[in-house]
Design a protein around this ligand. Structure first.
Ligand code: ZN
Length: 298
């Protein structure tokens, strides 16, 4: 494994932003918590890692090389000899940092469908993001789309030293069709990827809402002590139950609004739970409602 962080170490251009902070969530587990809600702050996407003995499993590589480099420098403080990266799903804010860890010798694992999505969508998503904004284009400079090399379809266990990390696919489409969650039973810590969002409206563009609710119920059954969500602060099961309530109300409200043939503005107002009005990235919820409303109009 190469020394950490060479390429991007000293460049303020690649600063991951003032929001990123590392939080210890278990004897072996760390969360890397993002912040902000715009694309220049990676939509606030989180990452994490668990270390035991000479092996470290990293969960997601972030939106750009600066984020991945910062994680890698942190991980190298523990001097692991083996690195494993798990991509929780194909969305760019979770996988565009892959090459930084891959070039450092990490094996990259994902669900089979996550890899398929990356193969078919990541190159064009990178072109699209680079064209969007010059500051974003600078942040994404050096992104080299790097695909998972190991895939699975159901469940997988990674054995660190004594500690294991269970990689869990919900069994159906939840946030996407290729989600992975990583559970470290020894710490009772779950890295949920974007199956769970805390204080952010979830991105539903690839989601199956009932499937996501069932995946959230799986999280409850695991009885984790701490959860590192895809976006938002470290939390417990209260936030899982709250997102279930949000998704169920959202789905029910949207169905009724479409049956009642409300206008677009009325549909948005009726669909998004009023008690979530302080949550970040409301535009994601609005854009999902807009596309469902347009589809219903044929
Ligand atoms: Zn996502």
């Amino acid at each position: 494994m190469a020394a950490a962080g060479g390429l991007f170490r000293n460049s303020s251009l690649f600063c991951a932003g003032p929001f990123m902070k590392f939080v210890r969530v278990g004897a072996h587990s760390w969360a890397c918590i993002g912040g902000g809600e715009d694309v220049l702050h990676s939509y606030g996407a989180n990452q994490g890692y668990a270390v035991d003995g000479e092996t470290c499993v990293v969960i997601d590589s972030g939106f750009h090389p600066g984020t991945a480099d910062r994680i890698l420098r942190r991980v190298h403080r523990q001097h692991p000899k083996r690195l494993i990266l798990v991509d929780t799903h194909y969305h760019s804010d979770h996988v565009f940092g892959n090459s930084i860890l891959g070039d450092d010798g990490a094996a990259i694992i994902s669900h089979e469908k996550c890899r398929h999505r990356m193969l078919s969508q990541s190159p064009s998503l990178l072109v699209k993001y680079r064209a969007r904004d010059s500051r974003l284009s600078k942040l994404l400079h050096g992104v080299k789309i790097t695909y998972p090399t190991i895939t699975y379809t159901d469940r997988l266990k990674v054995h660190l030293d004594k500690v294991e990390a269970r990689i869990i696919h919900p069994g159906e489409r939840a946030h996407t069709d290729g989600d992975s969650m990583v559970y470290v039973p020894e710490d009772r810590v779950l890295f949920s990827g974007d199956v769970l969002w805390v204080g952010y409206h979830p991105n539903l563009e690839d989601a199956n809402i009932p499937g996501q609710v069932r995946a959230l119920r799986q999280i409850i059954r695991l009885e984790p002590r701490k959860i590192v969500p895809g976006h938002g602060p470290v939390c417990g099961l209260f936030e899982v139950r709250r997102l279930i309530r949000y998704l169920e109300q959202f789905d029910r409200n949207l169905y009724k609004a479409l049956v009642d043939k409300l206008t677009l503005d009325q549909t948005i107002d009726r669909t998004i739970p009023i008690w979530a009005r302080e949550w970040k990235m409301r535009r994601l919820a609005e854009s999902y409602v807009r596309s469902r409303w347009s589809n219903a109009r044929g």
